[in-house]
Design a protein around this ligand. Structure first.
Ligand code: URP
Ligand code: ZN
Ligand code: ZN
Ligand code: ZN
Length: 461
């Protein structure tokens, strides 16, 4: 039996702040207490530090194929970078290819991840081809712990599903207890605007943000909510960026529907000003939904306080500037969509605490506890309590750092947050009781991370 004791820190969960010691045995938290004479093989002194649950990032795309290339982080590099940033669980998106089965897609993602991850991992499934046989397969996948399915109202010809397919998938979701996740942008209309912009000779990265209009996120969000209501299904809108889309979610929630949404750090800290950077620099900020004007940020922070936004995930989907983002020189529509961030989420949200946008407990709620509950991993993940996995971060709230591609661990040649000053820093990270980050070094190995079979959404029962 191995025992680890974390002493002297302030334990912060979604519900409590407590000056208590934490006792870990064989990878599991066994007790929290004050003034106990516990002994342990390893004692970690957390005096003056926060002791928080490891982050749960419910939206990543390691090695994702997109626009003729692949996201630059593998499961090995991406999960190691996550650990450096205090995240100890990711939920990545396995992809069904058009004409292929869910099983083939899921098997392919298992093959990419198995034996390579630094932290624990689970999968959602992208439904790219809704038909009788894939709908039938949903049932089996739910039984295997893949309990959420993403549909796309965007990207016609790639991941896109029309309203009929969406309705049928939502009905199956309602029947099986699965959660429907939605990329809510009207991709059919966007493609018309893209074509017209290119015909006018407008090719810069900035135009990506202009054609993917706020109205088309709002319309799709509204439509997704109504389709979910018709199906009697719960809905989780991913990477919400626009204040008017948030208003649609808020209205549905006020009416009592199970409509949930996440936003991402890029929408809280970056804006169309970044997309409009001179030269081709704006390509570094091309993602979908796109960055919005800066004045949306205050509304998103407010949504996080009011719980109209329940979760912050990264949508980590990194493409190098050199050779990948550059595929779109002369045509913004060929820039692969996605931003790096799996390593930065816990720090950026702590900066939100320092800046007065959210409380410490809300930080843990949106980054750890709620994503774990939303995707059926709680209380094993997302909290520090007897019986929980000892996924624990010792966080120094007073340390300062400057985010930079020179020092980050993601396999991408730029940082979207280059030069940003952060108050707060991850000091030590435990994954199921094992110290994986400490003293400025990584101590784990590929394959330490285990696959997690998830329960269904814990807000629905
Ligand atoms: O731009 C983005 N978000 N890329 C990743 C794919 C997606 O739609 O989530
Ligand atoms: Zn998406
Ligand atoms: Zn502010
Ligand atoms: Zn995504």
């Amino acid at each position: 039996m191995s025992r680890t004791l974390i002493t002297g820190g302030t334990v912060i969960t979604a519900s409590d702040e407590m000056a208590v010691d934490v006792l870990v045995e064989d990878g599991t938290v066994v007790a929290l207490g004050v003034g106990q004479d516990w002994t342990a093989d390893t004692v970690l002194d957390a005096t003056g530090k926060y002791v928080i649950p490891g982050g749960v990032d419910a939206h990543t795309h390691m090695e994702m194929p997109f626009g003729g290339t692949y996201a630059a982080d593998t499961f090995e590099t991406g999960t190691r970078a996550a650990a450096w940033g205090g995240t100890t669980t990711i939920v990545d998106f396995a992809i069904q290819s058009v004409g292929g089965s869910l099983r083939e897609g899921l098997d392919a993602w298992h093959a990419k991840a198995e034996g390579r991850c630094a932290i624990d991992y689970a999968f959602h499934m992208i439904l790219a081809d809704v038909n009788d046989s894939s709908l039938k397969e949903m049932e089996a996948l739910v039984g295997e712990g893949v309990t959420s399915f993403k549909l796309f109202m965007a990207y016609p010809g790639v991941f896109y599903s029309d309203d009929g397919k969406i309705l049928r998938a939502m009905q199956k979701g309602a029947e099986t207890g699965a959660l429907t996740m939605m990329h809510a942008e009207n991709g059919i209309a966007i493609d018309v605007l893209v074509e017209q912009a290119l015909a006018r000779g407008e090719t810069d990265p900035r135009v990506h943000g202009e054609v993917r209009r706020e109205l088309l996120e709002t319309e799709a969000t509204h439509r997704a909510i109504k389709l979910a209501q018709v199906a009697g299904a719960p809905l989780y809108v991913v990477h919400l960026s626009a204040r008017s889309a948030l208003a649609e979610i808020a209205k549905a929630r006020d009416e009592g529907y199970n409509a949930f949404a996440e936003t991402c750090p890029q929408y809280l800290f970056l804006s169309t000003d970044d997309l409009a950077r001179p030269g081709f620099e704006g390509a570094k900020y091309v993602c979908s939904t796109p960055l919005r004007p800066k004045d949306h940020q205050a509304d998103l922070w407010r949504g996080l306080r009011t719980d109209d936004l329940s979760v912050v995930s990264t949508d980590h989907c990194p493409f190098c500037f050199t050779g990948q983002k550059e595929m779109g020189i002369g045509d913004f529509s060929k820039i692969p969509n996605g931003l790096p961030g799996v390593e930065n989420r816990m720090d950026l949200l702590h900066q939100g605490v320092v800046d007065g946008h959210i409380s410490r407990r809300r930080w843990i709620e949106i980054a750890c506890a709620t994503p774990a509950r939303m995707f059926g991993l709680y209380p094993r993940k997302g909290t520090i309590a007897p019986g929980a996995d000892a996924d624990i971060v010792i966080y120094d709230p007073a340390a300062t750092q400057v985010i930079s591609a020179q020092t980050h661990h993601m396999a991408v040649d730029y940082s979207a947050y280059e030069g940003k000053q952060i108050t707060g820093r991850v000091e030590t990270v435990l994954s199921r009781g094992r110290v994986v980050i400490d003293g400025g070094a990584y101590h784990g190995r590929p394959g330490d991370g285990a696959y997690l079979r998830r329960d269904t959404c814990q807000y629905l029962r």
